[in-house]
Design a protein around this ligand. Sequence first.
Ligand SMILES: O=C(O)CCC(=O)C(=O)O
Ligand SMILES: [Fe+2]
Length: 204
Amino acid sequence: MNETLERIVDGLAEQGYAVIDNFLDPAEVKAILGLEAFSDAAASFKKAGIGKNQDLQINEAIRGDYIQWVDRSTAPAPVKVYLDKLQAVIQAVNQGLFLSLKDYEVHLTVYPPGSYYKRHLDQFKKDDHRKLSVICYLNEDWREEHGGQLRMYLPDETRDFLPLAGRLVCFRSDQIEHEVIAGTRERRSLTGWMLDQVAELRHL
Ligand SMILES: O=C(O)CCC(=O)C(=O)O
Ligand SMILES: [Fe+2]
């Protein structure tokens, strides 16, 4: 297992989360940002909701991001590079943590300036198949004063992480409450979950 995968497994085992810088290198980030989907996000992304299926609600006061689900079979090459890396993470986590992950789901995400996602857990009320939350940020030259932190509520402390280009954050979906602080710039990422069942195509 390579060092990145080892750090992810150890972080999840010891503290319930891991943060890996340069999970995607600068060229890989640029290639994803250059995709038409992102340049055209205002037109093609959907307002993200809360809940699932019939319970799905749009509530701007809770979350203000826009998303586009990734269809693996038609994913462009730069996104495929990322998905292949996620597949390696699944294998490593299954070997190291006995989570029986079977699949993943990923969406491209844009938070317009000023939007946020209030404190929450990533599991749905009637569905606990999301085991790990995995986010990779795509924001070049992002600085502290731009805000946009991911804030994690840990048992003894609160920790903030900037959404830096290439940074991967991975955490136990059932354990770690978190929120997205509003930023001054558009904030882009790939947001996903590793599941203990095969992903449904409900989103697409
Ligand atoms: O973008 C982030 O930092 C976290 C996003 C999030 O919490 C979610 O989509 O459930
Ligand atoms: Fe979340």
